[in-house]
Ligand binder design. Structure first.
Ligand SMILES: [Fe+2]
Length: 474
């Protein structure tokens, strides 16, 4: 199989990873005794820190040093940027603004899948349905393409069910502990996907809840060597039986559906009392504004990186600029090689790098066709390269879910919650029975169409839609 590597992306990737690594260089390592300190005594604790960097994914140790004092950055009391952001996040989440330290965001297991934001994982808790459904958002990505990744916590009989866990930082665990105090213990943890971004987080998370039972979607695999999950650091777990979906321990509270379509596997839950459908990657909706977490000062560089124009002296921090950065991030996350890119270098002082492309005039049309007013859709790579290629399996899954009674969807990425009823959900998958040209700019899906032709030459072809007039790069 031959694929054209998108021009400029290789050099961009090297620059971005190096820059990202420079800005998120510290991995905080605690001694076991500091981990066991109570929250009251944490303010005065002392712990060791070791600085690391990642020179272009090489994971090489650059230097280490020991500091005597922790970097204490509290949400409520401080005057720093992180303090203000933390307070804003807490307030926006409708939760009490608590003292949180920079160390509470650290995720020591980040090297398992070394994607940004590496060791520093902020968490945003939101209550989606009062006393029934909550989400825990974090950020993940690379090359400054930062998008949300989300765990969902469901109220079930005598406790909680955690769907698609995120990084088990102290901040994240503290939020869940607070929910446990009010609603009962975490009883079940579900890894509902084969996707690596979810899989690498589930094992370390489950280890923090030894009394909870871990279920995983069937068909798990790993590359380059196919290793069992316990070799990848998972505690004991049970593989979900597709024939036993009605007799799962959460059946009283949730209905379950499952699809296994080659590399894509997903377990969907219907939380019956709240009429909430929970999925991982099958349905998304892209908001116009950047996710709240991207306004964190450490993550906001991603917006600047993408929003910058050539010969632009100042980059004002306005709603419009944030939206521009976010729109371009969404285009990269969806198409990998957006059709509106052109050659050129752009200095991005906010990130300390040179961006090796510019955006052609009229690029906004790409985002408009992608977003379409926030309508829910299937990501084109999943739709065209996986689900459309296996329509029978997908239809069986979609039909089962469409028979459920729900009012909203909680997806593991992008916007949340998405107001959606079963009939609308079914319509999203109409490409399975009524194929039509894609609504996106033809230049945006060229990479996808080429990939389909190369990888699945006898499969269902990508039906490319109308072009938007961009000049394609060689
Ligand atoms: Fe995902």
């Amino acid at each position: 199989m031959t694929l054209d590597v998108p021009l400029g992306l290789a050099s961009a990737s090297r620059q971005c990873v190096a820059a990202e690594a420079r800005e998120v260089p510290r991995v905080y390592l605690w001694s076991s005794e500091s981990l066991s300190l109570s929250s009251a005594s944490r303010r005065n604790r002392r712990f060791g820190q070791v600085s690391w960097t990642i020179p272009a994914m090489g994971f090489l140790l650059r230097s280490s040093r020991r500091r005597k004092e922790p970097r204490v950055l509290r949400r409520c009391k401080g005057h720093g940027r992180r303090s203000m952001m933390g307070a804003a996040l807490a307030l926006s989440a409708g939760t009490e603004a608590k003292a949180a330290e920079e160390g509470d965001y650290v995720y020591p297991e980040w090297l398992t899948l070394p994607l940004a934001p590496y060791a520093r994982r902020r968490t945003l808790l939101k209550e989606i349905v009062p006393n029934e459904v909550w989400t825990l958002d974090q950020i993940f990505g690379t090359f400054y393409v930062y998008v949300p990744i989300r765990a969902t916590v469901l109220k079930v009989k005598d406790g909680l069910l955690v769907y698609a866990p995120v990084a088990a930082t102290k901040e994240c665990l503290s939020m869940i502990k607070d929910l446990e105090k009010k609603h009962g213990p975490v009883r079940w943890i579900l890894l509902p996907s084969k996707a690596v971004e979810h899989k690498v987080l589930a094992g370390p998370f489950a280890k923090k809840f030894p009394k909870a039972k871990l279920f995983v979607a069937p068909g798990q695999f790993s590359v380059p060597v196919d290793l069992p999950l316990n070799v990848l650091g998972f505690p004991s777990y049970e593989v979900l039986d597709p024939e036993g979906l009605e007799s799962l321990p959460w059946a009283e509270d949730c209905q379950t559906a499952y699809v296994d379509a080659s590399t894509f596997g997903e377990v969907a839950l219907l939380h019956k009392s709240s009429k909430t459908l929970v999925v991982t990657d099958s349905v998304i909706s892209i908001p116009e504004d950047p996710p709240e977490l991207l306004l964190d000062p450490e993550y906001r560089r991603a917006l600047a990186y993408h929003a910058r124009e050539a010969a632009q002296n100042e980059l004002p921090d306005t709603v419009e600029v944030r939206r521009k950065g976010w729109a371009r991030i969404a285009l990269f996350a969806t198409f990998f090689n957006p059709g509106a890119l052109s050659d050129g270098k752009v200095e991005v002082p906010e990130a300390g790098v040179t961006r090796p492309w510019q955006w052609q005039e009229g690029w906004e049309k790409s985002f408009q066709r992608l977003r379409q007013g926030g309508r829910p859709f299937v990501a084109p790579i999943i739709q065209e390269l996986i689900l459309k290629q296996q329509p029978e399996k997908t239809l069986s899954y979609v039909d089962r879910i469409s028979a459920w009674d729900f009012q909203r969807v909680v997806s593991a990425h992008f916007d949340c919650p998405i107001p959606l009823k079963p009939k609308q959900f079914r319509e999203i998958f109409s490409f399975l029975t009524r194929p039509k040209p894609l609504a996106y700019c033809a230049e945006d899906v060229k990479f996808l169409a080429d990939l389909q032709t190369s990888a699945i030459p006898n499969g269902q072809a990508v039906k490319v839609g109308e072009p938007c007039g961009f000049q394609l790069r060689n």
